[in-house]
Each structure stands twice: as C-alpha cells, then as structure tokens.
Design a protein around this ligand. Structure first.
Ligand code: HEC
Length: 271
C-alpha cells in the first residue's frame, strides 16, 4: 500500500477512535442544571429513576401516580394524548385496563345514528373533565388547566429532568404567601410558579388518596408519584431510547477495538 494511503488510513482511524473515546467520556457528564429565570430559584434537582444514561421508570410509583391523576388531577386537567389501552405500558394487565375504562361513560352513536352514552373501552381516550377550554377556564378562575399529556416535557429549560423537577416543586410549592405579598382573591400563592400567583389551588394534601399498595400517601409522596406518571405519559418510549443509546455505545467501543486491530495489522510490516 502506498505510504500516502497508509497515512490517510491512519489519520481516519485515529479520528474514529478519538470520536468513539469522546462519546464514551461524555457519558459521564451530567446535563447542566437548568438556568432559572431572573428572580426565580431553580427547582431543586431530584433523584428520578428515569434520569441518567441507564434510567428506567419506577412503575410502582408511576401506577400510584396514575391513581393520583385519576382521583385528583383529572377533575380539572385533560390528557388528550392518552388512551386507556396505553396503561398496559405502565404494567397494568388487560383486565385491569378494561376495569379502569369501565369506570367512565363516553358519548357515541348507535347503529341507527342516534346519540347514546356507553361504557368506555380500552380503545377510548382518557376522560376529559370539561367539554371545551372555555368551560374549563370558566370553572377555574378564568385560567384553563393545561393538558397534562406532555407537561413533563413542556416545562423547564429542556434538560431531561427539568420538567419533572419543576412540576414536583410546583406541586409541593403551595405555601402561605410571605409577609407583604398580596395574593389576589381566588388565586393562590406558589413558591415555584413564575410570579408566584396561580389559579390552581393546592390539590394534593396528605391522604388526598388512599394507595392500594399500602404506601403512605404523604403530600410529597403523591407529588413524587404523579410526576413519575407524567414523565411516563410525556415519553413512554424513554427506556427504549436509552437502551438503543447503550447498544450504540457498545458497538462503537467494539468497532474502535476492531479498527485498532486492523491498524496494527496494516502497519505491522511497514518498516
Ligand atoms: C381544581 C382544579 C385543578 C386540579 C384538581 C388540579 N389542577 Fe393543575 N391547574 C389548574 C389550573 C386552573 C391551572 C392553571 C394555573 C395558572 O395558569 O395560573 C393548573 C396548572 C397546572 C400545571 C401547570 C403549571 C405551570 O407552570 O403553568 C401543572 C403542572 C398542574 N396544574 C398539575 C396538576 C396536577 C399534577 C394535579 C393533580 C395532583 C392538578 N394539577 C390538579 C387547576 C387544577
């Protein structure tokens, strides 16, 4: 092989090995903490099971979170992207999903084209508490409770755990207003909400739900569980994405090793 070609080959190998090493090294770095808006403290970083390179969902917590959503949040908030059948991804079996759906009624038409009400099926979307946004706003001090399907991704600065950290801080941030801070009638003080005045009342309190698995339903536990649930609804395929990442890195490591072996072979007799 002409020397020039060998040199080109060598520099290409080095680049690939270097790139692979850079990817491997960057695995250890942590997403920088969210920059808080001026005057707002950044929500505290929590230790979520779904964070980091090997993150997975804590399904027991997310199932409890679904209970919190169902019994508390769904009185005001829609989840338009969720269908009952999606709950199998959270570890509920088909009979459980059927039973959950059957707690709701949905509008439909019969074979004669007349409007009817029937029991919901796994293929139906989650129940929407209000017929439209205006009705939702009218019932909530003029503010429509936002749809929660993608909420865990919609808040924060874009880092994977920013949204969950913020929602947890928001749900645990309902306190008495500091002295001198005026909260308008019908609104509520919240330490994490931008501007600190929100139309949402404090909805999760100790024992707002009774967990079927015996977990003590403290205010913080409920907030923690519902955030785990909201992260799952926002990105149900998070685990697949991370597994693919791991496979790609393993491939790169093996590939880098192979390239190195080839390089040694090619250069073995080049004296
Ligand atoms: C009584 C009705 C009601 C209930 C119940 C309720 N919310 Fe809300 N929520 C609201 C309203 C109204 C807003 C809009 C607040 C605003 O813009 O000031 C809101 C806003 C939010 C926001 C967005 C905050 C932001 O930064 O914009 C989140 C997240 C949220 N709710 C989560 C929940 C969760 C989780 C539950 C269940 C534990 C819940 N809510 C229960 C009425 C409710």
């Amino acid at each position: 092989m002409p020397l020039f070609d060998k040199i080109m080959l060598k520099s290409a190998q080095l680049k690939i090995i270097g790139a692979a090493a850079a990817v491997v090294l960057s695995l250890g770095t942590i997403v920088p903490a969210a920059q808080a808006a001026e005057g707002e403290a950044a929500p505290k970083e929590q230790n979520w099971s779904f964070g980091g390179f090997f993150g997975t969902f804590d399904r027991a917590s997310a199932q409890r979170g679904f209970q919190v959503y169902k019994e508390v949040c769904s009185n005001c908030h829609s989840m338009k992207l969720m269908y009952f059948r999606d709950l199998t991804g959270l570890g509920f079996n088909e009979n459980e999903v059927k039973a959950i759906a059957a707690e709701y009624k949905v509008a439909d038409t019969n074979d004669a084209g007349e409007p009817i009400e029937r029991t919901a099926l796994p293929a139906d979307p989650f129940h929407n508490p209000f017929p439209n946004d205006k009705a939702a706003a009218a019932a909530n001090g003029g503010k429509t409770p936002p749809d929660l399907s993608l909420m865990a991704k919609a808040r924060g600065e874009g880092g994977e755990t920013d949204g969950p950290n913020y929602i947890y801080a928001f749900l645990t941030g309902f306190h008495d207003a500091p002295e001198g801070f005026k909260v308008p009638d019908g609104l509520n003080y919240n330490a994490a909400f931008p501007g600190h005045v929100t139309a949402m009342p404090n909805m999760i309190t100790d024992d707002a739900v009774t967990y079927t698995d015996g977990t003590k339903a403290t205010h913080e536990q409920e907030a923690w569980d519902v955030v785990n649930f909201l992260m799952w609804t926002a990105e149900p395929s998070l685990e697949d994405r991370k597994h693919i990442g791991i496979k790609v890195i393993l491939f790169l490591i093996v590939f880098a090793g192979l390239l190195y072996a080839v390089k040694r072979k090619v250069w073995a007799n080049a004296h």
